[in-house]
Design a protein around this ligand. Structure first.
Ligand SMILES: [Zn+2]
Length: 370
């Protein structure tokens, strides 16, 4: 349902709360709320953990449970997500193979934490909208948590994608129209009592899960930050997650500076650079013309002294082939990040060779075989 009645100070989440930067309203973690009563987008905040790593935790993103809202151990659903390889790619660059997750995309990080919080709150049904990886991730983690899921997809979503969602026991609902129609249908559905909106865009718990990729990179590099991180940006979840991780590590004195964030978009759809959309792109995962958190993502890139890079589809195709010939097969959206790094002549501000760079590869090639 929509915004709950009134503020709710939370005593059960160790000082963690969701809050609205627009008006200051505070909400309980895991509440049936996905945006503020004022319409503002929610963010998550909580006390800093002195030590981010729980060495006794299972080998999954719950290794970083100290930097996540506390949840009962029984609620911590897991499919072994996270802990993905960081592979030296030469030339001062690493590939973060973040597509090596249970449903083959980084979205599993966010889905794990979001569905865990939903389970902790006693949620029995979730609704989400997606044309791709987020829907599959939410369906899988809802199945793991024993929560019913209904995933709204746009008209024209491929049979293969629908089958992947349905295989996890989720209901696929087709919204007449495009991606925004699917989102609107899911939000309508979430207005009904007892239905939790498991949105990868609106729910800050999703970003909290994605944040663990930053902690992993830090730990894999020997508890230090790289000079730069290069990530695809559609709704900007990876940008926000990485920015949050390194801001926390900086506040804790565990890194000397946060990495510059290079946010990569397809030239045909780059709201971060302020350009009007022009046609289709093969990087469908980042083809988001009006991302709700645009201002927040832009601010995170700027605060990191990073840049927005745009890449043409032909460069994405070439980068994808280049990666595949190196043994790494990713979907076009992930290849966009490699395309930006490969073409260091453009835009100004991209890291130089030998510049200590991590390129996050977020989705597997099997997601889009052709
Ligand atoms: Zn508000």
């Amino acid at each position: 349902m929509g915004p709950p009645l009134g503020a709710a100070r939370d005593s059960g989440h160790g000082g963690w709360e969701q809050w609205c930067p627009t008006c200051g309203q505070v909400y309980v973690v895991g509440a049936m709320v996905w945006r503020c009563a004022c319409g503002g987008l929610l963010e998550l905040r909580g006390p800093l953990a002195a030590e981010p790593v729980d060495p006794g935790a299972p080998w999954s993103l719950w290794r970083y449970a100290p930097v996540l809202p506390p949840l009962r151990a029984a609620s911590r659903v897991s499919l072994g997500e996270g802990m993905t390889p960081l592979v030296a790619a030469g030339d001062g660059c690493w590939w973060k193979l973040d597509f090596l997750q249970p449903t083959l995309s980084f979205k599993d990080r966010g889905a794990a934490v979001l569905l865990a919080a939903a389970a902790d709150a006693g949620v029995e049904a979730v609704v989400a909208d997606s044309s791709g990886n987020a829907g599959t991730a939410v369906a899988a983690y809802a199945a793991r948590a024993g929560i019913a899921a209904e995933i709204w997809v746009p008209e024209g979503t491929s049979a293969a994608k629908r089958a992947a969602i349905e295989a996890h026991g989720a209901t696929v609902a087709v919204a007449p129209g495009g991606r925004s129609a699917a989102a609107a249908a899911a939000r309508d559905r979430a207005e009904q009592p007892g239905v939790f909106y498991a949105s990868h865009v609106y729910q800050p718990l999703f970003v909290a899960g994605v944040k663990t990729v930053g902690y992993e990179i830090w730990e894999q590099l020997g508890r230090r930050a790289p000079g730069s991180v290069v990530v695809p940006a559609g709704n900007g979840t990876l940008v926000l997650g990485l920015a949050a991780a390194f801001a926390e590590l900086l506040a804790l004195g565990l890194v000397e500076r946060a990495p510059r964030i290079v946010a990569v978009q397809a030239a045909a759809c780059s709201p971060l650079s302020g350009a009007a959309p022009r046609g289709e792109t093969i990087a469908e995962g980042i083809a988001i013309a009006e991302p709700p958190r645009l201002a927040q993502v832009r601010a995170a890139v700027a605060a990191s002294e990073g840049v927005v890079a745009t890449v043409e589809d032909h460069a994405i195709v070439a980068a994808r082939a280049d990666l595949a010939r190196s043994g790494v097969w990713v979907e076009p959206t992930a290849a966009a990040a490699w395309a930006a790094w490969r073409d260091r002549s453009r835009p100004p501000g991209l890291p130089e060779a030998g510049g200590d760079v991590v390129v996050v590869l977020c989705g597997a090639g099997l997601k889009k075989p052709a």
